[in-house]
Unconditional design. Sequence first.
Length: 429
Amino acid sequence: MKKLIWLCLIFVMISSVCLASPGKKETVTFWMGAITPERTQAWKEIIASFEKKNPDIKVDFLGVPGDYSAYKQKLDVAIAAGMEPDVSAQCYADYIARGVYEPLDKYVEHWKDKKYFPETAFDSVRAEDAKEHKLYGMPSSTNVRVIWIRPDWFKQAHLKVFKTWDELFEDIPKLTDKSKGRYGWSIRGGAASGETIEQLMYSYSGITDYFTSNGKCTVNNPLHVKFVEKYLGLYKQYTPEDDLTKGWAQLAAGFQSGKCAMVYHNLGSASSHAQAFNNDFSKFMAVNLPLSVKGYRVHNALFSPGYSIHKSSKHKQAAWKFVSFIVTKEASSSYAKVVGDIPLDSRDTQAGWVKERPWIKTGQELLASPQTKYYKTPYYLPQWKSILEKEVDPMVQMVMMKQMTPKEMLDKWAKMMEKAKTDYDASVK
């Protein structure tokens, strides 16, 4: 009898604890950069869907507006203060080198949805860890660089869409009419001008190695000198004078307002163009990069920004549940739809919105073409991005203002990259 009473008391105590302390939710913090109102809304819907399927997990989302440099700066401060998120977007090479991220290989090894992703998607993220090739970010979608053109202008000028760089350079003067304030091209002379020129000149030259076998950087190859002379030589002749300080927002505004016939960007600007032109596809069109002088097309190495779990996280299993959810099927598709990316999950390729957007087809054609090659963009170098932003961007403006020659700029650029590679190689030995 006493034993029965004790059992009853224990049962009551356990029941009381359970009623008084319902299961506490685990909170996962998630940060992302380059956020817009449309992207914020997409994430709200994705997170709500995740929380509905995982009622024991709550996701706190922080979206940082502006460019990625502002986002990176916020992450740097948070990491230094020991207040970093559990999950962050954009897998940064310098964070890999510093041990900020948790390797994801063991999670992916047993992940049931891995079969729906191309192995090249994982390879592109592993390439950022040049030492051990571990996976520190989960790929979700990818984006390709294109030339946005005004097909109505081409039609008016009786021009066919270019296939080679020579044809493109010939078309630019024919599409320029200064008396009407119309220009054949617009140059990105402000933020990210160095990265833009890097991508364009490798596309022109057909060179795919960023460094030779003996560590020499190919940035200052004679073909690149020739390209930069031609390209920046367009400034003020066939491009607007205010190109000197233009970032992407200003380039898009010029293109959409009828000031220029062509701009270089990625598929992410499609929604902005569609809105500006009221979905009139006769007024905007994505065209793949021209064939190089070697006869094939060269694109920068594909990069899926990836979602990383921070090593400091105390909620790694919950973080993995969230990350593996947002990269697959409906979640990745709904966000890719907003930003203009190409989903990597093979189950998304036949989604209705993909078929309705001709620019996605353009990107898929580039990825599927045997004529497409990729130059080995050194994303793994911690200094690569900072050299472009802090050193090369200002030099581009100096060349545009005739204060430096293209060769002088490319020679300095190459030396800085060679040193960055030497430093990196020494650090991973």
